[in-house]
Design a protein around this ligand. Structure first.
Ligand SMILES: Cc1cc2nc3c(=O)[nH]c(=O)nc-3n(C[C@H](O)[C@H](O)[C@H](O)COP(=O)(O)O)c2cc1C
Length: 190
């Protein structure tokens, strides 16, 4: 698949079929993740591949709790109707965990270590594009409390859960999602 086609045709998938995804396919998606750029090529990511139903149920329960918290905190009533069943439906969830020590120069700057998170985000985008190129749907999911997810996945406190990536065959083609014209977001200093 042409890269530009993959970039524009990838969509977030929130309804998955229960068909399993072969570990070799997940391996290819993680290989794509590992080719993401990172500060000083520190590769500050780790991947936890979750297919265990009980673990997925724990993640779902945490996301439900976090959704309730977010509803109250934000006052966004629409959020209570946001269905997150895909966390138990998706055959695979990959947790992307970052290492704040494997960051770049930014650790000496005012805002502290952030570049490792940017690198993990680049790895996630590679995963989404690779999944799409392999005919799979995916979702970048972040509605969780970091401490709670650490406890569920046995991640040490010095590491940061960045994202959960749900992967599987789409149950139905995801709806198109428009983009604003990039010209309105671009300034040229010629
Ligand atoms: C950092 C980040 C966090 C996101 N978190 C969530 C999430 O928690 N739940 C969700 O359903 N989608 C999440 N998304 C997906 C966005 O909602 C989605 O990318 C956006 O609506 C555009 O749709 P598209 O991916 O189909 O183009 C997240 C995306 C990014 C980049």
């Amino acid at each position: 698949m042409d890269l530009f086609t993959a970039i524009t045709q990838r969509r977030s998938c929130r309804r998955f079929s229960s068909d399993p995804v072969d570990e070799s396919v997940i391996g290819r998606i993680l290989e794509a993740a590992a080719w993401a750029p990172s500060p000083l090529n520190a590769q500050p990511w780790q991947f936890i591949v979750i297919t265990n139903a009980a673990k997925k149920q724990e993640i779902f329960a945490e996301a439900q709790r976090c959704r309730q918290w977010a509803c109250e905190k934000s006052g966004w009533t629409w959020l209570s109707k946001y269905a997150i069943d895909f966390l138990t439906q998706a055959p695979v969830i990959v947790a992307v965990v970052g290492d704040p020590k494997k960051t770049g120069m930014d650790q000496f700057q005012e805002q502290g270590p952030m570049a490792y998170q940017h690198a993990c985000a680049a790895a996630v985008q590679n995963m989404l594009l690779a999944a799409h190129a392999l005919g799979l749907g995916s979702l970048w999911f972040t509605l969780f409390d970091k401490a709670a997810l650490r406890a569920i996945l046995d991640v040490p406190t010095e590491k940061t859960p960045i994202a959960l990536v749900c992967i599987g065959k789409p149950e139905a083609p995801p709806a198109p999602v428009p983009r604003k014209d990039v010209k309105g977001k671009t300034t040229y200093l010629r």
